[in-house]
Design a protein around this ligand. Structure first.
Ligand SMILES: [Zn+2]
Length: 325
């Protein structure tokens, strides 16, 4: 349409009834993030319509409920929908999910999220953890040069009833620097294609490192670490080649080997932690899911965030941009 015709067409909008206006607006917006999510969920049930309760296929459609088709299983007589059996199954207020996904993307605090969505703070808190627990954040395999390094987070028992030490003021400093009982180690491993893995460790031992890395590291990978003593036996357990950089001797780069990818990942993780000061240790896993869901991917859409939360896709990891040169 040329510019003049378009202006004429626009001027005719003045003659629309309120209903026509609303209809036109819906067409212009396209399907909402929520609608397309629900559509994707329905597709997952597919033609097979297998019952999540008893595995019998061929359920019949019995109307709709809460925006989703309701299926009736003739095997067990129960009904189900596309969310049954997922952590989102009983989560209400679907219409607000997109706004909540926006809030997660913006890294908002509970207060900001509850203001944005118009729900109580306790609801925003419950949603955050339910969404993040549901999020599918499995990385693709770590291949090629894989950098692994730990970062540390101050142990916070905030909200825990039993404290085995004196309570410390929120966001305080550990008494000792470096590794101590008051620091929780978090392992981050990343390859040069951008695939990233992270997990909370009980301790930095070769056994713990190998247990966590075994499912995600490719057998042909080259594991790069700093001089930490747990890594050589970890690599031996995993059966992968290992190279260590002796950073205490000032060695930061050796040929293609460096830890810049993983260390830049650490920085972004710490920025998330800083924004949500005083994170309770028992919620660290949720924050790591958040990190994989919205911090690492480049500008994820609410649509993509909801699809990850519904377990339909994994977050898209950006390619590595850091380089030794
Ligand atoms: Zn059934």
């Amino acid at each position: 349409m040329d510019r003049d015709t378009f202006l004429v067409w626009l001027s005719e909008m003045d003659g629309l009834t309120p209903e026509q206006r609303a209809e036109a607006a819906r067409v212009l917006e396209g399907p909402s993030s929520l609608e397309s999510l629900l559509e994707m969920l329905e597709q997952r049930v597919g033609a097979e319509r297998r019952c999540p309760h008893c595995e019998t296929p061929g359920a019949v459609i019995r109307g709709r409920s809460n925006g989703l088709r309701r299926y009736y299983c003739r095997g067990c007589g129960k009904t189900f929908n596309a969310l049954t059996g997922t952590p989102l199954a009983r989560l209400r207020h679907k219409a607000l999910w997109t706004a909540f996904a926006e809030s997660l993307r913006a890294g908002e605090t509970i207060k900001q999220a509850s203001d944005r969505c118009g729900v109580a703070g306790t609801t925003a808190f419950r949603w955050r953890h339910r969404f993040l627990r549901a999020a599918k954040t499995d990385p693709s395999k770590l291949r090629g040069i894989v950098e692994a390094d730990e970062t540390y987070m101050l142990d916070s028992r905030k909200g825990d009833r039993k404290l085995d030490r004196k309570p410390r003021k929120r966001g305080g400093k550990a008494a000792k620097r470096g590794l101590s009982r008051e620091q929780v180690p978090i392992l981050v491993a990343a390859d040069r294609s951008g695939s990233t893995f992270s997990t909370v460790l009980d301790a930095v031992t070769s056994e713990a490192l190998a247990d966590h890395l075994a499912p995600v590291i490719d057998k042909d990978a080259l594991l790069v670490s700093d001089g930490g003593t747990a890594y050589p036996p970890c690599a031996a357990r995993l059966g992968v080649t290992h190279e260590a950089l002796n950073r205490s001797a000032g060695q930061r780069v050796r040929g293609d080997l460096h830890l810049q990818t993983v260390n830049s990942r650490h920085e972004r993780l710490k920025a998330l932690f800083r924004r949500h000061r005083g994170i309770a240790t028992r919620y660290l896993d949720s924050y790591l899911a958040w990190y994989h869901l919205v911090v690492l991917p480049t500008q994820p859409s609410p649509r993509a965030i909801l699809a990850c939360i519904a377990g339909l896709i994994s977050p898209k990891q950006p390619a590595c941009i850091s380089n030794a040169n």
